[in-house]
Write a protein of this length. Structure first.
Lengths: 341, 341
DNA sequence: GTGAAAGCGCTAACAG
DNA sequence: CTGTTAGCGCTTTCAC
């Protein structure tokens, strides 16, 4: 069933059929009805390729993501996809893994498929070395590129980020002010946002004259293996590192800290404080429930899509937008002690 | 840059360029080299639409999923996407939500986009009422449809499922044989696999003459709101329902049971046993760590893709494949008591 | 081995 | 308001 069949059955030209298909105004109500009837009757749907060939677009956005099964990234993809759909776009998803080479491959593939825009979900797409980010700049020469929780200054690249630095800075200051000095910063990613978080912790500890390099601990290993993270913390303790607080760059790491503290028979939060990040469902999984920083993922996604649609629409849009996070207090942190006067 | 430009620069016809592009044998090594050089030099990549128009395929599979941020579904999507990519196919992802109407919309959209096949991830795509599944049968008239963890007998529909019935049956029998009689079955989905699990529990309890309707408890509400689930269990207790074991259809529900048991000051597993399902990362999040049924998601996905690629390749493939699950013992269930003789 | 030419189904000028 | 027609870029017979 093609546009020709329909035009024939309706007794009009293909141009007219095309017009009603595309909602052009220059069609009499009568012929419009007639054509619509035939279309309905034969369940006709236009061929997307042919349309794409002519228009050179398929109303499709490419979504790139290192690992769509990651709790946080999965949520982001979900929001992005739904909002895109609401805006009349479809999405092609590519899980790239964490290696640069496969990211480049996937990206080229999407561009070949003529996506109208690209969304890079997660900060791991940005590399330390300037030259490693060239693939993004090149892609942006073809289609607008949106960065979620990452930042790159290049033409046609737009960033939407959460202010991880400030969130971490403030949370750290607050934990110190509840009376904890020996706080381990526990993280597992050196990505853009990973760095910002660490910088926030550093700035706060520095300000409080408490910064200690050995309390900054990187965890290598599976992002989901909580027992392994817990073991890692136990090892730190065994090696003589004293700490009564953990600020984690992710809720999984914080959860491991909760398990560690329990294993050590610390009372939480009286003897030991823990702060998580992302305010994921994990925060409510453990006992006591985790205080965690919420970086407003859904709002970020909403804004990102709004910006993208604006760009595709030819409007001028902000190159970079920053939202601030919020610390969601639960039971793993103390309240600030009232000043005794 | 089109095939015409390349042909011109290479001093050959477009047909020849097309031949080298598609690896046809009837090209002399010399011209092949020359064409390849030009292609390389100009970074030429064929237009996917034009190709699609002619071939009527774009080597793309549509993935439908109710909620890609669901822990289990996200994992499934991840595996499916990666294996598809390895097989030379791309994937278009559509998150549909849980309502039938939007599932139908998304499905039509994907078919319009001329996907070569459809993968429905999760058992919630199959409905009780025969007529509600018509949309799948109709889709299957156009392209092969793969069902992950669901079952529908129709032409061109293929199912890959985990044997949830048997897994649940055996786990239930085992829990009873460790000495627990008052086991609540706690679930939140009436999907195909949801029903199979429940049936397994029922069969086992029936066999042990322990079946009690009021111990089968459905949880309505957000799938991620563990505190709400915990409250629900407390309410059951308050209403006078006695139970010292929970078999949950999902790890989240099981986690809630762990929290409940702790709140009640039960010792786990001495006073209270809990079994989860899916063996997700959540199983290692709580304390004690959760015994959970692993339904071998990655293997299911692998098989599903293999089957799909086979079908697309015109080979005869099994309509339905069943894998059995495995119970992963951790600390929330007791060992079977040795028989005292 | 290679080239010419006929589509694939649709959109958008252009003409009436 | 409606029809005619020229592409969009590629694949694929069919000749040579």
């Amino acid at each position: 069933m093609t546009i020709y069949d329909i035009s024939e059955k309706a007794g009009v030209s293909i141009a007219t059929v095309s017009r009603v298909l595309n909602g052009s105004s220059n069609v009499s109500e009568k012929t419009r009805r007639k054509v619509l009837d035939i279309i309905e009757q034969y369940q006709y749907a236009p061929n997307a390729f042919a349309r794409g060939l002519g228009l050179n677009t398929m109303k499709t956005i490419g979504i790139l993501c290192a690992d769509s099964s990651d709790l946080y990234l999965a949520k982001a993809i979900y929001h992005v996809e739904r909002k895109l759909q609401a805006g009349g776009y479809d999405s092609i998803l590519c899980c790239t893994g964490y290696e640069l080479a496969s990211k480049i491959t996937s990206m080229n593939l999407l561009i070949t498929k003529k996506v109208d825009g690209l969304i890079l979900v997660g900060s791991n797409f940005i590399y330390e070395k300037e030259s490693d980010n060239k693939y993004i700049v090149e892609a942006a020469a073809q289609v607008p590129v949106m960065l979620l929780n990452a930042d790159l200054d290049a033409p046609n690249v737009y960033s939407v980020v959460s202010d991880d630095f400030t969130s971490m800075y403030e949370a750290t200051i607050q934990m110190v002010e509840t009376g904890i000095q020996d706080i381990v910063y526990y993280y597992n990613s050196d990505s853009y946002s990973g760095k910002r978080k660490l910088a926030g912790y550093r700035a706060a500890m520095n300000e409080k004259k408490l910064l200690s390099g050995q309390r900054i601990q990187f965890y290598r290993g599976s992002r989901e293996d909580i027992p392994a993270m817990t073991e890692h913390l136990k090892r730190l303790h065994a090696q003589g590192l004293a700490f009564h607080g953990v600020i984690a760059a992710d809720d999984t790491l914080a959860l491991a800290a909760v398990k560690y503290a329990r294993a050590m028979n610390y009372r939480i939060p009286d003897d030991f404080s823990i702060l998580g990040y992302n305010n994921s469902m994990l925060a409510e999984c453990c006992e006591p429930e985790l205080t965690s920083i919420d970086n407003k993922l859904e709002i970020l996604c909403q804004h990102l899509i709004t910006t993208l649609l604006g760009v595709l629409d030819g409007r001028e849009m902000p190159k970079k937008t920053i939202f601030s996070g919020e610390i969601v207090r639960r039971r793993t942190t103390r309240r600030i002690e009232p000043v005794v006067s």
